[in-house]
Design a protein around this ligand. Structure first.
Ligand code: EPU
Length: 419
């Protein structure tokens, strides 16, 4: 298992290009199952989770080709079986997004229940309830969701909780259902909008994506398309925090500032100067120590849970005391305990972490249990005095393309080694 070794204390300077968004690429690749013709998807990030999704499609018998620019071509007409097996779903919960498309296009889907997860319980009851309301017969048997439907029919759905992949599954299912589906309390994340734009480019009729009420008029068939995945706002946000924590100056290219309003507001509050252009964002800390900022995660457009750990790292060395409250996932604080090993002063009270900024962190080996937690430990390593080893780096490879190359490009001393 590889580790990342980071020599901390260097202010990051320079430019970095942001990759395609993992959490848009995954549902879009699943959405290719809906088309009658070949679909090509560009700006796909080269990530372990994307490889897993492609493997999942391949195992079903779907033809997938990838060129050297990570342009992925999918022809679902060769499908043999509509099964997402436990072996793959347990490595990537997002595999659940094949449920809606398989059922809508082929009338059946056997998808393993994802089970527990390092950051919380993460049930899929809302996905299942929505598909049942659209006429699917769904049984939970032997750890699998076994879904069948001769045809899906439009329904009026009010989601109990805002769920990103739940909304995506139901939107995809509704594109080929008979009649109109309305999804209330829908997720408004940019990745949902990107998926809706992709589906629209295949002939789907979708209104209201990006609001909490999405209306879909089912069509008989969806056709081929080419679509480029949007830039990853969480990757962009992570590099901006890397600049802030090291008191440096970094421009992220290809990123959209309007997808990061809540994050940029917090970075400004922390004392960063932010400049934005049409597809770039620049953060300049002017050599100053960041100020502590309170964070409360909530569905988009509020502050994203996927940036909580990175801001926790920032707060560990900021001036002042902060409260970081996680409201989406019940167990997303594992990084806090690891950061304590670097000298951070953190007290946990339920779903809130009280962080008192210290003058310096000191290097130690640390280990992470999920993707964003790993990223936050890399950020902490960038400022810690000495050499920090971040273990179990495979988590990071699920969601950050070439992280050590990109950080090196910004002047960080970081290398991957067997650990
Ligand atoms: N929930 C239910 N029932 C459901 C579905 C969700 O109770 O049927 C609850 C969850 O337990 C959670 C809340 O609703 O408390 C929100 O979860 P959501 O369903 O929105 O999360 P997700 O769709 O499984 C996606 C991202 C996550 C990101 C969350 C929240 C993808 C592939 N994953 O997960 O990304 O944290 O939305 O924004 O889009 C990551 O990239 O590191 C990551 C974990």
């Amino acid at each position: 298992m590889d580790k990342l070794q980071i020599h901390g204390g260097i202010p990051l300077e320079g430019e970095v290009r942001i990759s395609g968004a993992k959490n848009a690429a995954l549902p879009i690749l699943a959405g290719t199952l809906l088309a009658q013709e070949t679909v090509s998807v560009g700006n796909v990030p080269h990530l372990q989770d994307v490889t897993t999704m492609i493997e999942l499609l391949g195992q079903m018998g779907v033809s997938v080709t990838i060129d050297d620019k990570m342009r992925v071509e999918v022809d679902a007409s060769t499908i043999r079986e509509c099964v997402a097996p436990y072996e793959l779903v347990r490595t990537m919960r997002a595999s659940i997004v094949v449920l809606g498309p398989l059922l809508a296009r082929f009338g059946k889907a056997d998808v393993s229940l994802p089970g527990g997860c390092a950051i919380g319980a993460r049930p899929v009851n809302i996905h299942v309830a929505g598909l049942r309301a659209m006429g699917a017969d769904i049984q939970i048997e032997n750890g699998y969701i076994r879904a069948r439907a001769d045809k899906l029919v439009g329904a009026h759905l009010v989601l109990d909780t805002v769920t990103v992949t739940g909304t995506e599954n139901l939107v995809m299912a509704a594109t080929l259902a008979e009649g109109e589906t309305v999804i209330e309390n829908a997720a408004r994340e940019p990745e949902v909008v990107d998926l809706a734009n992709f589906l629209t480019s295949m002939g789907a009729q979708i209104q209201g994506a990006g609001t909490d009420r999405i209306t879909i008029h089912g069509v008989k068939r969806l056709h081929g398309t080419h679509y480029d995945v949007l830039a990853d706002r969480i990757e962009a946000g992570t590099y901006l925090v890397a600049a802030a924590i090291t008191r440096g100056r970094v421009r992220v290219k290809g990123a959209r500032a309007d997808h990061l309003d809540a994050v940029l507001a917090k970075l400004r509050e922390a004392g960063a100067k932010i400049a934005v252009g049409e597809n770039w964002i620049e953060l300049d800390m002017g050599g100053k120590r960041p100020r502590a900022v309170d964070i409360r995660t909530a569905p988009y457009p509020a502050f994203p849970t996927d940036m909580q750990a990175q801001f926790a790292a920032l707060n560990t060395v900021a001036e002042g005391v902060s409260a970081v409250t996680e409201t989406i996932f019940e167990n997303r604080f594992m990084h806090m305990l690891e950061m304590r090993r670097l000298g951070a002063e953190i007290r946990l009270e339920g779903n809130t972490a009280i962080i008192r900024g210290v003058d310096k962190l000191t290097a130690a080996p640390v280990m992470a249990t999920d993707l964003r937690a790993s990223a936050s430990l890399v950020l902490a390593g960038l400022i810690a005095q000495g050499t920090t080893d971040v273990l179990r780096i495979y988590h990071i490879d699920r969601g950050y393309e070439c992280i050590e190359e990109k950080l090196e490009q910004l002047g960080a001393q970081i290398k991957r080694m067997p650990g």
